[in-house]
Design a protein around this ligand. Structure first.
Ligand code: IPE
Ligand code: IPE
Ligand code: MG
Ligand code: MG
Ligand code: MG
Length: 291
């Protein structure tokens, strides 16, 4: 299902915002901003910031407010991709249709660009015009989502379990940490910034968890079924690296069914609050996306 046209203008706003907050290429010390901008503006889908804007909109928060959290989550995500592609990790040459950061700038600068993006993401939140309690809550949630209890911990499990066979339970935990944690954070920026009640926050958390897990399952399926040209990153890498994935464990068809079921759960979780249907549209789009 293609995304409705108005999502294009959201993507435009996110890109404009990121362009405004990241210093220009030639800012000293060179070449750090060049390396950061290279990956940040390489043409990512902006799924996480789109979820954040949609979550805020559903709860009546203006885009200008949401952009701080949306920008922060895209920065953390881009850092995770730069590091994920390093020779010591997935060792990939292409990302977002271009050479990977370390292929262009070398490993040292790629590592530093990732670190700089992570630190800058927290600055985005602390600079935002939110009450101190909300900033503290967002920083705490982002720390948990990005760190060893979240995305980074999932990356550790992904690396140490190459060539091993995990149980379905273990694999769900791995994917939930490496990918769903940041997607859940994006969804939670809505209720946290809107200061919504506990029950509403819980429904956004469930939406993020289900969508995030489905997103990584679809990523694993696309690695098998799609092409390098369409993906903008090398296809077929998971089998080559003996990664533990859903298709490797339960097969492609079962994986697709599971992803579809998770997307329905995600939609059901926020149906009552999603008055513009943006969150449901994003979730359904994830199932049929081509890259
Ligand atoms: C790729 O994420 C990494 C995963 C978590 C599977 P995306 O598919 O959202 O990458 P971009 O941002 O569009 O490049
Ligand atoms: C990466 O998962 C998830 C991250 C936290 C970056 P993958 O290794 O499957 O992502 P791709 O396929 O390289 O985008
Ligand atoms: Mg990886
Ligand atoms: Mg990878
Ligand atoms: Mg992948």
């Amino acid at each position: 299902m293609p995304l409705p046209n108005h999502f294009q203008s959201y993507v435009h706003r996110i890109n404009e915002y990121l362009d405004r907050i990241v210093p220009p290429d030639d800012t000293e010390p060179q070449p750090i901003y060049k390396a950061i901008r290279y990956s940040l503006f390489a043409g990512g889908k902006r799924l996480r910031p789109l979820i954040s804007l949609a979550a805020g909109k559903a709860l009546g928060v203006a885009d200008e407010m949401m952009l701080h959290g949306a920008g922060a989550v895209e920065m953390v995500h881009t850092y995770s991709l730069i590091h994920d592609d390093l020779p010591s990790m997935d060792n990939d040459d292409y990302r977002r249709g271009k050479l990977t950061n370390h292929k262009v700038f070398g490993e040292a600068i790629a590592i530093l660009a990732g670190n700089a993006l992570l630190t800058a993401s927290f600055e985005q939140i602390t600079n935002a015009p939110f009450r101190a309690e909300i900033k503290a809550r967002l920083v705490q949630l982002l720390t948990q989502s990005a760190g060893a209890a979240g995305m980074l911990g999932g990356q550790v499990m992904d690396m140490v379990n190459e060539s091993r066979k995990l149980s379905l339970e273990e694999l769900e935990r791995l994917h939930s940490m490496k990918t769903a944690a940041l997607i859940r954070f994006a969804a939670l920026t809505g209720p946290v910034i809107a200061e919504a009640d506990q029950k509403t926050e819980e429904s956004f958390r469930h939406y993020g968890d289900c969508l995030g897990l489905a997103f990584q399952i679809v990523d694993d399926v696309l690695d098998i079924e799609s092409t390098t040209e369409v993906l903008g990153k090398t296809a077929g890498k998971d089998e080559h690296k003996k990664k533990v994935t859903y298709p490797a464990l339960i097969g492609v068809s079962e994986s697709k069914l599971l992803a579809a079921d998770l997307i329905e759960q995600a939609c059901a979780a926020i149906e009552k609050v999603d008055r513009y249907s943006d969150l449901q549209n994003l979730a359904r789009h994830v199932l049929t996306r081509s890259n």
